[in-house]
Design a protein around this ligand. Structure first.
Ligand code: NAP
Length: 279
């Protein structure tokens, strides 16, 4: 039996087991995917004993993505660029780490809109945390060069620019509503608007009518930002699709099958988040 898991602290909220176990059942693969709570001070030991514990690899979530980058070699230039690992897999005797958040993000947008229309447009990203770095770094690599990052803590944007290079415009958090004119894609990567977090306070008045709006927060499935954007006629893309799509490469690496992202899988995870969900 092939074993994989997701590690985090806390980890009880993770929907990754729902996704991977759906695919394991669908493809009748003899495997398991579990949640493993790993405290930060136990992380190095967990990674060191990954093989003797019988794992083919793991996903890493908050707060471990950056720390795992310091513990195992990165598999590719993109992962080295963003300095964070969300997927650990074995090649021969060695474990390597990669990051699938950027590809999950862009695949999610591409599932809803023609991304070539966004290539020369201004992309405004709210937030400069780990998810923002992964998304901005991937967009740069894919040739999206017109990026602006708005964050409450200015030093974090400075650090992000130093890490990613290229041209990233830094915008003060107080100017977030003014930053939306000329915007082709608005991305919320802050935790604002998530269940249990404060609301995201932003005016969409200046946002062009043809702009696409996405929120990587997926609890609730449709955040207030997306509701407001849809109400004024903008196209919106929900964050759950990113979560599901970032899981594809890990499953392929561990279990040897490229899984399909189906409407049935979406419904399964969406219903777990919101029992009143209807497609
Ligand atoms: N859909 C997916 O697959 C997916 C993948 C990854 C993450 N996520 C979600 O994305 C969100 C961010 O994750 P992360 O790993 O990037 O977290 P993170 O590194 O902790 O970053 C959090 C971001 O939110 C901002 N923020 C938090 N509270 C704020 C407030 N009161 N006012 C203004 N800004 C505030 C932070 O600004 P400061 O720098 O000023 O603190 C920072 O930019 C989480 O909700 C996570 O669940 C979703």
């Amino acid at each position: 039996m092939i074993k994989a898991c997701v590690i985090g602290w806390p980890i009880s909220h993770s929907r990754s087991p729902l996704i991977h176990n759906y695919w394991l059942r669908k493809y009748q693969i003899d495997g398991s995917y579990t949640r493993q709570p790993v405290e930060p001070n136990a992380l190095a030991e967990f990674i060191r004993t990954l093989r003797s514990s019988g794992y083919a690899g793991c996903n890493c979530t908050i707060p471990h993505k950056e720390a795992v980058y310091g513990l195992i070699p990165a598999a590719d230039d993109y992962t080295r660029k963003v300095g964070a690992i969300n997927t650990v897999f074995a090649i021969g005797d060695a474990f390597l780490g990669t990051n699938t958040d950027g590809e999950g993000f862009l695949a999610n947008i591409a599932s809803a809109v023609d991304v070539s229309e966004l290539r020369n447009k201004r992309i405004v990203i709210l937030g400069a945390g780990g998810a923002s770095v992964a998304i901005a770094g991937f967009l740069q690599d894919q040739g999206f060069a017109n990026l602006a990052v708005v964050n409450r803590t200015v030093e974090r944007v400075t650090a992000m620019r130093a890490r990613l290079g290229g041209r990233i415009e830094a915008i003060d958090w107080n100017d977030r509503s003014f930053a939306l004119s000329e915007c082709g894609l608005l991305v919320n990567t802050t935790s604002l608007g998530m269940q249990g977090q404060p609301p995201l306070d932003i005016s969409l008045d200046r946002l062009p009518d043809d702009a696409v709006v996405t929120d990587i927060v997926y609890t609730p499935l449709r955040t207030q930002l997306l509701k407001d954007a849809a109400a004024r006629g903008n196209r919106v893309v929900e964050g759950l699709g990113m979560l599901v799509r970032q899981a594809v490469r890990g499953f392929t690496l561990w279990f040897g099958k490229t899984p399909e992202v189906t409407a049935e899988l979406f419904d399964l995870v969406a219903l777990d988040i919101d029992p009143n969900y209807r497609r």
